[in-house]
Write a protein that binds this ligand. Structure first.
Ligand code: AMP
Length: 139
């Protein structure tokens, strides 16, 4: 079958990986190009391209697995902290169109950063966008 993502092929064992965890809804494995030791990817088995397209069952399973995996990674690596990063859409830096959460351990010597330039909130713009999002939520 064509159109299967790289990550679906990993779940199905067609492409090898360092598997860490699997249950009915989720799968976790080491990132092949780690930013730090223990850099892990947690993915739903459902091949949704972005998180807004994930079913409630998959979303709940991801939410349940994140703390379990994070604890195990911290304990196994001795990381002092970690980042959880999740990109949606290629414009947001997503290279594999299958939802995935990066769990990236941080060590005393770690230098990687996820920087952005914060700007101050325009009050009227804040009200307008908050109203628009609340309206979408109520639909
Ligand atoms: P993103 O850039 O957020 O879409 O992340 C995709 C991630 O998938 C990158 O960090 C890649 O290193 C990782 N990746 C790509 N191919 C593989 C693979 N075969 N096994 C494990 N990780 C992979």
């Amino acid at each position: 079958m064509s159109g299967r993502t790289l990550f679906t092929k990993i779940i199905e064992g067609e492409i090898p990986c360092y598997k860490l965890y699997e249950n009915e809804h989720v799968f976790a494995f080491l990132d092949i190009n780690p930013l730090s030791k223990g850099h892990t990817l947690l993915i739903p088995k459902e091949p949704a391209p972005t998180i807004d397209q994930l079913t409630p069952d998959s979303a709940a399973a991801i939410g349940k697995a994140l703390p379990i995996l994070s604890r195990a990674i911290k304990e196994a690596t001795g990381a002092i902290a970690y980042n959880i990063i999740q990109n949606n859409g290629k414009e947001a830096g997503m290279t594999v169109p299958h939802v995935h959460f990066h769990i990236i351990p941080r060590y005393p010597e770690s230098k990687h950063s996820f920087t952005w330039e914060p700007k101050s909130m325009d009050v009227s713009e804040g009200r307008t966008i908050a109203d628009a999002i609340q309206h979408s939520l109520s639909e």
